[in-house]
Design a protein around this ligand. Structure first.
Ligand SMILES: *Cc1c(COP(=O)(O)O)cnc(C)c1O
Length: 266
């Protein structure tokens, strides 16, 4: 899709170097810097920047700093672990317009937590989970935006469906009326090899085109959630509509990425 963007580097080498944001001003500064990178990637590929949603990822960040991010304008936050997200949601009930997106793998026995408070779930990867989430949501009288997670890097350490499994999986989803299917999500290979990172994003986009052709009624597959601090420009060049960005907004995490994606290496 993008002859112009083929030499955009990853920034995985910057991990550990993003400055830590403490105050609302720090957050305003970092958010503006990330938006400038998003805008530049959109300009390179002739995309409208309004078509890319920035989802700040606040995993490991404590309540005090999240409140500063809120003061700087964040109204939607992504969390990798459901219990951590639920605690934060409970602690910040006073921020009525703050919404939570769970972006990490979910065990079926924790589906009821997600059903209670999350606005969005980006890691749907089994029918059993879809069924449990749907049942719990019906009980809560809620609906949930969901993304189907796809493993585009062929690493065993990554969660998500294999691309070949996705078409049949999506055809089963209309039976779960509390799930609003928005699109596909992936984590690229964690690598400084730009071509291999880009290939993951291309795979997700091409899969979306294929699945969309015979998607059932009511299943929207408009969204592509792909790209994080180290690679979101490449993801945007390949069609991302949601980028999930933690460290470039909050600062480098002390916890290594291998904590979230065991044995993924770099
Ligand atoms: C942590 C995380 C991100 C953001 O990663 P950063 O390097 O902090 O930008 C994106 N997606 C998922 C699923 C994550 O767990």
């Amino acid at each position: 899709m993008t002859a112009t963007g083929t030499d955009t580097p990853t920034r995985h080498d910057q991990h550990g170097r993003y400055p830590r944001a403490e105050t609302a001003d720090d957050f305003r500064h970092n958010l503006a810097a990330v938006r400038a990178r998003i805008d530049a990637a959109c300009r390179r590929t002739g995309r409208d920047a309004a078509g890319v949603r920035l989802l700040p990822v606040s995993k490991t960040i404590d309540e005090a700093r999240i409140r500063q991010a809120y003061a700087a304008g964040c109204r939607f936050l992504g969390e990798n672990k459901v219990q951590e997200a639920h605690h934060k949601w409970e602690a910040m009930q006073d921020l009525h317009d703050l919404h939570w997106s769970v972006i990490g793998h979910l065990q079926t026995n924790k589906a009821k937590l997600v059903a209670r408070f999350a606005s969005e779930f980006q890691a749907l990867d089994s029918l059993r989970l879809a069924e449990t989430l749907d049942r719990r949501l019906q009980l809560e009288g809620r609906q949930l935006d969901v993304f189907v997670q796809v493993n585009t890097s062929q690493e065993d350490s990554k969660y998500g469906l294999a691309p070949a499994e996705v078409p049949a999986f999506v055809r089963e989803l209309p039976q779960f009326s509390a799930l609003r299917v928005r699109g596909l999500m992936t984590l690229a290979l964690f690598s400084e090899d730009t071509a291999r990172v880009r290939a993951c994003f291309v795979r997700l986009r091409e899969l979306r085109e294929r699945v969309r052709q015979d998607a059932p009624d009511g299943i929207g597959l408009d969204e592509l959630s792909m790209g994080m601090s180290g690679d979101f420009e490449i993801a945007i060049e390949e069609g991302a509509t949601v980028v999930r960005v933690g460290q470039a907004i909050f600062g480098a995490r002390a916890v290594p990425d291998s904590h979230y994606w065991p044995a993924s290496g770099s």
